[in-house]
Design a protein around this ligand. Structure first.
Ligand SMILES: Cc1cc2nc3c(=O)[nH]c(=O)nc-3n(C[C@H](O)[C@H](O)[C@H](O)COP(=O)(O)OP(=O)(O)OC[C@H]3O[C@@H](n4cnc5c(N)ncnc54)[C@H](O)[C@@H]3O)c2cc1C
Length: 510
């Protein structure tokens, strides 16, 4: 094979949520060549992936990298972090709840040193998104979810919201906006919206599927490309004439940097990985949205209709001085007892769940390597519920109490037979906290592990133009660059990061 067979203008590592956007946008120019290195297979023609309501079937399956967490002394040590191994990444696996980050989220990024990422400047990128973002369709609105919305409004006094993305909110309850096609329940994932329409038509776009990137190729401080292993086990070097764009997500982007010798020097030395660049922030600032669960048995089976079994939610602002909501709930039309069962609770034949969720968690975790072998999964220590003031733990306790008030309120109350978990006898702060933390789960929002910050911020991994500090020819664009966690579900934020990255790449190519 000729030496130049694997040379492209841009090499995008990860054909996931952000990577799909970037590859699609860059190849709008027919003179620009792009290779996408994607660890998973294509999602084209796969109903198990493309049908939104089948999302739970993907958890832990062959399309899930399935990362464990380290022991969590104050939380649940059994959480598995699903990360999708398929074109479209987690947008091909998730529930596609679609929230534009709140203005306070982006303004917080700017205040954290991400110059140019304020809410007003970011608005244009939301307008560019190609995904079909629509409220949960009328036919998908289950009767019990409608009654949850009414009961929550009455019990908490928050407004009912129709179209959460229309204007900023501090609190409210309603059906979510989703990135989906209601007529078929088909996903409007990043791959469906950005790659499917163009991938067979653009000779300048090469997608290397089931190909794993295991080490960056560096010449001094310049990223030249990436070493990959193809589906057939062949090891090749894919070179970038202009830039490498790292889009492997909040777990695999820092993982690849660390295996390439870019990260905290002492950690790399300890593992015998030759240090290329001492960048202490790589893997730090591991963020997530943890949530707990309260489960009720219903008097009988529920109506079947739904978009994806968690179609409505509630945002509460307990502290009037807080910018935006400080407590959130998903309402599940299923009895979500996976974690309570470990404590001895039983799954009822029919039921529903409310999941108090921490929009702005204060605990910060860390991702690190335990082996120099790139095939060994990294350690994820989220340090759940370790913040000094116990803001995170207390949020869950408040959440359970509010959930109980909602459950007592008609029209929801009439559906519910009994509280299964934690059960009506658990009422004290201490015991509620213990329960809430031990059954806590993730909604799979890891972020922040290569966070963006000002050029002189020692712990920032990328600058506000998404360039890795201290290197040339490489940017990161995915959930790992989030300086802080948005109060809402992060996927739209990731898509907006990707759209902005395309502008930044374009500016620097001129
Ligand atoms: C089950 C689940 C439900 C969720 N629900 C929602 C929701 O409803 N709303 C919401 O806003 N967010 C949700 N999220 C979170 C959201 O999907 C993610 O935050 C977002 O999609 C992350 O995008 P990303 O581009 O950072 O990474 P990803 O989309 O994960 O993309 C990374 C890509 O890189 C590939 N890759 C990784 N490492 C390598 C490597 N070394 N070599 C080659 N390829 C590699 C992967 O295969 C993947 O395709 C959910 C996530 C999950 C898993």
């Amino acid at each position: 094979m000729p030496e130049n067979a694997h040379v492209y203008d841009y090499v995008v590592i990860g054909g996931g949520t952000a990577g799909s956007v970037i590859a699609s946008r860059l190849t709008e120019n027919p003179d620009t060549t792009v290779a996408v290195i994607e660890g998973g297979p294509s999602d084209v023609g796969r109903d198990d992936v493309l049908t939104l309501r089948r999302w739970m079937g993907l958890l832990g399956g062959e399309l899930d990298y399935d990362y464990p967490t380290t022991e969590q002394p104050r939380g649940n040590s059994h959480i598995r972090h699903s990360r999708a191994r398929v074109l479209g990444g987690c947008s091909s696996h998730n529930t596609l709840i679609a929230f534009k980050p709140l203005p306070s989220d982006f303004d917080e990024w700017e205040a954290a040193g991400a110059e140019g990422w304020d809410a007003a400047s970011m608005e244009a990128y939301y307008a560019r998104l190609l995904n079909n973002i629509v409220p949960v369709d009328e036919k998908d609105r289950n009767a019990i979810a409608r009654d949850f919305v009414d009961a929550a409004r009455q019990a908490t006094g928050v407004p009912r919201i129709e179209g959460f993305n229309e204007k900023p909110f501090d609190d409210g309850v309603g059906f979510f906006d989703l990135a989906y096609h209601p007529e078929t329940n088909k996903r409007s994932s990043a791959s469906v919206a950005y790659l499917h329409p163009v991938m067979d038509e653009r000779p300048n776009l090469t997608i290397l599927l089931e190909t794993w990137a295991y080490r960056l190729e560096l010449d001094g401080a310049r990223a030249e490309g990436v070493h990959v292993r193809t589906k057939d086990g062949e090891e090749i070097l894919v070179r970038a004439r202009r830039e490498v764009v790292l889009c492997a997500g909040a777990v695999d982007s820092p993982r690849l940097l660390l295996h390439s010798g870019i990260g905290p020097k002492a950690d790399l030395d300890a593992l015998g990985i030759p240090v290329v660049l001492d960048l202490p922030g790589v893997g730090e600032n591991l963020l997530d949205h943890p949530e707990s669960v309260i489960v009720w048995e219903t008097h009988g089976p529920l109506p079947e209709n739904s978009a994806m079994d968690s179609d409505a939610g509630l945002f509460v602002r307990r502290d009037p001085g807080h910018p935006g909501p400080d407590l959130m709930f998903h309402f599940y039309q299923v009895p979500f007892t996976d974690n309570p069962e470990r404590l001895g609770y039983e799954r009822p034949p029919h039921g529903v769940s409310m999941t108090p969720n921490i929009p702005k968690p204060k605990s910060r975790g860390r991702l690190y390597l335990e082996s120099a072998d790139p095939s060994v999964k990294p350690a994820l220590d989220f340090r759940y519920f370790t913040d000094e003031d116990d803001h995170d733990g207390r949020t869950l306790v408040d959440g359970i109490r509010i959930a109980r008030e909602i459950a007592k309120t008609e029209p929801l109350a009439g559906w519910l037979k009994r509280e299964v978990a934690p059960g009506p006898d658990i009422t004290g702060d201490e015991e509620l906290s213990e329960y809430a933390r031990k059954v806590a789960h993730t909604v799979y929002h890891p972020a922040g592990t290569c966070r963006m910050g000002a050029e002189d911020d020692e712990l920032a991994v990328v600058d506000p133009r998404l360039r890795i500090r201290g290197l040339d020819g490489i940017r990161i664009a995915d959930a790992s660059v989030f300086p802080t966690m948005p109060a809402v579900n992060p996927m739209i934020g990731v898509l907006m990061v990707a759209e902005k990255a395309v502008d930044l790449i374009g500016d620097d190519a001129r």
